[in-house]
Ligand binder design. Sequence first.
Ligand code: FRU
Length: 490
Amino acid sequence: MLTTSRVQQAEEALKHAKETMNERYRLGYHIMASANWINDPNGLVQYKGEYHVFFQHHPYDENWGPMHWGHVKSKDLVHWGHLPIALAPGDDCDKDGCFSGSAVDNNGELTLIYTGHHYTDKEKNLFTQNQNIAVSQDGITFEKIEANPVIAEPPADSSHHFRDPKVWKHNDTWYMILGNATEDEVGRVILYRSPDLRGWEYIGVLAQSEGELGFMWECPDFFELDGKYVLMFSPQGMATQGDLYKNLFQTGYLIGDYDYETNKFVHGSFTELDYGHDFYAVQTLLDDKNRRIAIGWMDMWESNMPTKIDGWCGALTLPRELTLGDHNKLLMNPVEELTLLRESEHNKCTNQSISERYLVETKDDLVEVKAVFDLTNTSAKSVGLKIRGMNQEETVLTYQIEDQKLTLDCSKSGKEKDGVRNVMLETSGILSLRVFIDRSSIEVFANDGQATITSRIYPKEARLGIELFAENGDAKINQFTYWNLKDIWK
Ligand code: FRU
């Protein structure tokens, strides 16, 4: 079947799936497919003045399957609109899937670079992977090039895991990194270069696990930020260590110095980027305001995904701006455009002390909350926020002041098993929480991006409300504001 008719067939399937979808947990201001399954964000790019985001998509089912590329775009990173499916698998170069990849604007030609997936034995999950290109003049319809694959096979010392190309330009040369593993299953990222995006020369290994960072590194990204180089990737197979690496797979980064001449990347140790349950396969783009913007998949492989029975599954995080903090730490904050979502502002208990609790009975299910605690004038042992319903059902964000630990507890909001996540957060007097709550997600940005926690939650529709609390003492509140937010899909 021709690619165009495969795209049309997938669009038809989506149209039908949409008609029977249950809306209860549909998100109000996050990127989702119009129906059925999505995972990783792909091809983040600004093209002809608009932001484009693609994503791994199975338009025929609420479960993962032969991967297509779904597509949305936006003028402002806030209001997104769906475009037709960009890539459908089934050609010689991508028989069983168009896996993750990236996008570049090549002098007006929007170019997608992606992995072709080929099963050699589907039952045993044996496969090969190659790298391909598709181009578009209008940013809507894409044509796979005749010369595909542009990289047919991995280097000789590699395992069959060979995917997720991220491409960028440096001094007139194109560079590509790929997620990869050695023959003995040690995770690593490898580097290629090209003068024209078509012919690629293998340069070597950019970074590799020394045993502790897993058996495969998925979805790498590499960029300069404030004079340092950041390698972000999603390692599979890291062991949990206390509060660290609690998810099945992680997303994090190495920071250091890089020399293009020698391909030497000298870096520090691995740090997780977000401490929630549902944050994976993150990718970034550099926009025309010189901002490094990151978006991740807001779910986790093999986790409980209760929206499957509703006919859809998967979403992307809010766009977040990355900056470099002290001690080579990456900070993540919502892009400033997200204030466009705010509809009405409610200021509560400014410069007041609370003991036990302060309840706001809002009817809104899409909310942003800003809560600033003055810890120097607080006697409580812990302070925090409860959202979406009290008692039997709630999502609780707690800061334990002495331990300097921020905890998100979703065990009463759809994550009965393994519902708690912790992150160390050093504060000197002020705890500032900025929290985005959508119908089935929570994103926490603490102290201007010093710590972030992203998780999917599945509260009942009728359970609403926000509560501030102080345990074992009083808490001084400098600011408690909430905004009800717009539903961009309605
Ligand atoms: C990461 C990932 C990628 C792969 C894609 C397949 O979540 O496993 O490595 O390209 O998903 O959908």
